[in-house]
Design a protein around this ligand. Structure first.
Ligand SMILES: CC(C)(COP(=O)(O)OP(=O)(O)OC[C@H]1O[C@@H](n2cnc3c(N)ncnc32)[C@H](O)[C@@H]1OP(=O)(O)O)[C@@H](O)C(=O)NCCC(=O)NCCS
Length: 172
């Protein structure tokens, strides 16, 4: 592949904790059909009250880790680690600002998240991805996730199956 333009390597990606004033980003991203098709698949327009409610849940949750991805000074996406059973955490990533897709920022953010997780003793990390989301699957593999199995969600009309991928690092 031809390399990425060099200026992209100069853009620094940081993760910072989510805060109340980030709500407007979510209001925009949760209504973006292109994004929704790659994630939940639910295209029904979400009301302002629903945005408030779901965002408040994220903000107040003490078990999970929610970070905004910052490229230089701009918030471009959201990455999370959600506590699950048996010491597992599930990660989810969305670069909401689409002009930043395909520039290497997704893999940088996931690597930063993994480093943060390991520092606080979280090593068992998995994710579930739509089977046709080839770009995401590629990025996850580059970051050390391995394809494990297909998970069926018979009650989910919009996402009836997902691919489970688990992180394998030197700690495993
Ligand atoms: C998925 C996502 C986080 C990836 O981050 P990104 O910054 O766009 O991806 P990167 O630039 O780091 O890497 C993309 C890689 O996928 C490859 N790729 C792109 N399209 C591809 C395709 N259709 N098939 C296979 N590989 C593809 C690229 O070539 C690149 O690999 P390379 O570094 O070897 O060239 C981001 O695109 C995103 O948020 N998308 C929308 C929401 C989403 O899909 N979230 C994931 C839900 S599970």
């Amino acid at each position: 592949m031809i390399g990425r333009p060099s200026f992209l390597f100069m853009i620094k990606i940081n993760l910072r904790k989510i805060k109340l004033s980030d709500k407007n980003y979510f209001a925009k991203w949760w209504r973006d059909k292109e994004l929704l098709k790659l994630t939940s698949g639910v295209l029904k327009v979400i009301l302002d009250q629903e945005v408030d409610k779901y965002f408040q849940v994220i903000l107040e949750n003490k078990n999970d880790y929610n970070f905004m991805m910052i490229a230089d000074r701009e918030a471009i996406g959201h990455i999370s680690l959600v506590k699950r059973r048996n010491n597992w955490h599930e990660t989810q990533i969305v670069i909401g600002e689409k002009k930043y897709w395909g520039k290497g920022f997704g893999s940088k953010a996931i690597r930063l998240l993994i480093r943060k997780a390991e520092k606080i003793g979280i090593f068992k990390i998995y994710l579930e991805v739509r089977l046709t989301n080839f770009r995401a699957i590629r990025v996850y593999e580059q970051c050390g996730f391995h394809k494990m199995r297909i998970i069926k969600h018979p009650n989910s009309k919009y996402l009836p199956e997902t691919l489970r991928m688990e992180l394998k690092t030197e700690f495993h």
